[in-house]
Design a protein around this ligand. Structure first.
Ligand code: IPM
Ligand code: MG
Length: 362
């Protein structure tokens, strides 16, 4: 198969982790006879430096013309003083909106080899952690009116959190459909004791529930959910939530599985073209030192194979190779436990090489 992939290396550790994911994709084309064409796209801080804009229109068009988009990470302290609308992160938000990828899928699954890297007590981890956060990605407070102004001589800032019922309904459906394909349990997370947008969210979720009698729907307030994720993560199957709650809860969920460096994500809309990225940031403190964990990005590339290109065997091949490299004891610094007997500390490139070495056509 021939596929065009828009590649956004971005900032910080972005370029080094993406390079490893591309080597993995090259190996897939070699093994399975596909042809992947990579189109470089500048986005984030590097695009601000080059063009004064975190996502020039031409770059968005390149992404829209591709079969899918692979992204490393954007942002860094260098651009902290840039005004809000021109920040590197704004490029990412404009990309998500421009691609209309409203459904962000973030798995929180513990790799058995990394159980000891989880900060949770072994008796909690042993019960198993395997859930998925479906995060609404193109609405809510991220896309409402942002303003900073002066009122009565004081500076005031406002960020508007707004959802329409149809925005809630389309992500709600993804939540139900996803739960149907997994364990049949959907937990809708909101703050309906305080927010109007959450009360609408809850109402729409319950209307949808009638169409999915095979899925058990529960509601949970977001503060309670943050607590339950560390107390009893085994209770969750699929969580569906709005944009900012999903941002926060997915970082928490990733940490209990060992390291945020391991977690990929897919963002999809109504077409097969998706945006695939690790959920971690650009980690400027370790950028360029060959210390980053490339696994989140490599697994994001595997998700792209599975969900956008319908290449399940190829995705399995990548995921098994990651598992094999972990079995062989290779660890980047973020997943190396204090007692590291029998484990080998490797850098970003070496981890990529070890994974590729383990890739076999299934
Ligand atoms: C994420 C990130 C982004 C977000 C930032 C970089 C804008 O934290 O993908 O979780 O908040 O969505
Ligand atoms: Mg985040």
């Amino acid at each position: 198969m021939q596929k065009t992939i828009a590649v956004i290396r971005g900032d910080g550790i972005g370029p080094e982790i993406v390079d490893q994911a591309l080597l993995v994709l090259d190996r897939i084309s070699g093994l399975y006879g596909h042809e992947f064409t990579y189109i470089d796209v500048d986005m984030g801080g590097c695009a601000i430096d080059k063009y004064g804009d975190p996502l020039p229109e031409e770059m968005l068009q390149k992404c829209l013309a591709a079969d899918s988009v692979l992204l490393g990470a954007v942002g860094g302290p260098k651009w902290n003083q840039v005004p809000g609308p021109m920040r590197p992160e704004k490029g990412l938000l404009r990309l998500r909106a421009g691609m209309e990828v409203y459904s962000n899928n973030r798995p929180a699954k513990i790799w058995p080899q990394l159980a000891s890297a989880s900060p949770l007590k072994p008796q909690i981890v042993e019960k198993g952690i395997d859930f998925l956060i479906v995060r609404e990605l193109t609405g809510g407070i991220y896309f409402g009116r942002h303003d900073t102004f002066t009122e009565d001589g004081r500076t005031v800032a406002v960020d508007e959190l707004r959802y329409s019922e149809d925005e809630i309904r389309r992500i709600g459906r993804i939540g139900f459909e996803t739960a149907r394909k997994r364990g049949g349990k959907l937990c809708s997370v909101e703050k309906s004791n305080v927010l109007d947008s959450s009360r609408l969210w809850k109402k729409v979720m319950h209307e949808l529930a009638d169409e999915y009698p095979d899925v058990v729907l529960t509601d949970m307030l977001v503060d309670n959910c943050a607590m339950q994720i560390v107390k009893d993560p085994g209770q969750f199957d699929v969580i569906v939530t709005e944009n900012m709650f999903g941002d926060i809860l997915s970082d928490e969920a990733s940490m209990i599985t060992g390291s945020i460096g391991m977690i990929p994500s897919s963002s999809l809309g109504d077409t097969s073209r998706g945006l695939y990225e690790p959920i971690h940031g650009s980690a400027p403190d370790i950028a360029g030192k060959d210390l980053a964990n490339p696994i989140g990005t490599i697994l994001a590339a595997a998700m792209m194979l599975r969900y956008s290109f319908d290449m399940a065997a190829e995705a399995d091949c990548v995921e098994s190779a990651v598992s094999a490299a972990l079995d062989q004891g290779f660890r980047t610094g973020d997943i190396l436990p204090p007692n590291s007997d029998g484990l080998t500390l490797v850098g970003c490139r070496e981890m990529g090489r070890r994974i590729i070495e383990n890739m076999k056509k299934g």
